[in-house]
Design a protein around this ligand. Structure first.
Ligand code: UT7
Length: 322
């Protein structure tokens, strides 16, 4: 039986960290470091400089993941980038990434748009390609420049997000890797988190900024994150006590804590990195994963539960043996 296993991880954060105080001062936001830390757990984030695009961040994270996996770009035969902030309307960030990596083997490259669940969606899709035997070495990336869609006058959202990228190399293996995955959507909740604008006739129509009903999102997130975690645990015939690390989408430390509590997973087994990169949407899970791998917290052979929830609404989880 062909398994799909993560052979390397990488991540990238642009520029220097921007503290809450510095962000507030730079944009004249009616907020405070105290409020942001208390309500979200976020202390700083990274913001991509002008001219740095999604595919640039994806490139740096991918380079590191390939190096960690001991693979050359030419060996990659599938590229999936999860993003809601691609460089262009088209071509995809994945196609641009392929070109930046110098991959000329014709490997398929496409974006997945599932907002903050995007990485779990992309990983689940890549797993199916690998298990089918059609592809052997996939580059799966989450990369975002959410700073480009923030309204600095909307204090309820602009303090929460950041830019960054994370990547994994997912390979065919005779050893178990991904054990169970589930992904879902319910478009009836599209109104509580969206960027309800578009480019039409050469101008932006509608609202090009991120809009969110924070409390509605909070309640929805805690419910579905617990449900989908239980779904993949049941599919793998495992219990929460066998999970070594819970790696949730990094949106709000209170959501992470509430989800861990619902799952009876001790808080110390829940990876939290949002304090220093904020909510980086599709990039947050692979960023948290890579940081924890490089810090030596996550070890080979451990069981990881990755899960995300985001606009759409979309949500999903992957249980894996690292
Ligand atoms: O990636 C997935 C999507 N995102 C999420 O998962 C986010 C989910 N939601 C949240 O994280 C939280 O709901 C927030 C952090 C967005 C907000 O926290 P909250 O505890 O739900 O605050 P709230 O919206 O109930 O607002 C409480 C107060 C309000 O003032 P009043 O009406 O009580 O006077 C807000 O106007 O806090 C005010 N407020 C702020 N004050 C200072 C809202 N934003 C700010 C701010 N600084 N940045």
């Amino acid at each position: 039986m062909v398994h799909a296993r993560i052979s390397g991880t990488g991540s990238y954060l642009p520029g220097e960290p921007v503290s809450n105080a510095a962000l507030i001062a730079a944009h004249g936001i009616d907020s405070s470091d105290e409020w942001i830390v208390e309500r979200s757990g976020i202390r700083s984030r990274h913001l991509a400089p002008q001219g740095v695009a999604c595919s640039d961040l994806a490139f740096e994270a991918s380079r590191r993941a390939l190096q960690a996996a001991g693979r050359q770009p030419a060996e990659v035969d599938l590229i999936i980038v999860a993003t809601s902030t691609p460089d262009f309307v088209f071509p995809s960030a994945a196609a641009l990434l392929q070109n930046k990596l110098g991959i000329t083997n014709g490997a398929p490259a496409f974006d997945v748009q599932a907002v903050c669940s995007g990485f779990v969606y992309a990983l689940t899709i890549a797993e199916k390609f690998i298990r089918s035997g059609s592809h052997k070495c996939a580059l799966v990336v989450g990369a975002e420049v959410f700073s480009r869609i923030l309204d600095w006058k909307d204090r309820g959202t602009c303090v929460l997000f950041g830019d960054g990228a994370g990547a994994v190399v997912l390979e065919a293996s005779d050893q178990p890797g991904l054990l169970a995955s589930a992904f879902h959507a319910d478009g009836s909740h599209h109104g509580i988190l969206s960027v309800p604008g578009q480019v039409c006739g050469g101008v932006v129509t509608g609202d090009p900024f991120l809009r969110m009903d924070g409390q509605a999102v909070f309640k929805f997130a805690v419910k579905v994150l617990a449900d989908v975690a239980n779904e993949v645990l049941a599919a793998a015939a495992m219990t929460a006590s066998q999970v070594d690390w819970l790696i949730p989408h990094q949106a709000n430390v209170r959501i992470l804590q509430a989800t861990a509590k619902k799952l009876h997973i001790p808080a110390e087994k829940c990876i939290v990195t949002l304090d220093h990169h904020g909510n980086t949407s599709a990039a947050s899970i692979p960023l948290a994963l890579d940081e924890s791998v490089r810090a030596g917290r996550i070890q080979r052979g451990q069981h990881l539960l990755l899960e995300g929830v985001g606009g759409g609404f979309t949500w999903g989880a992957t249980l894996l043996k690292f």
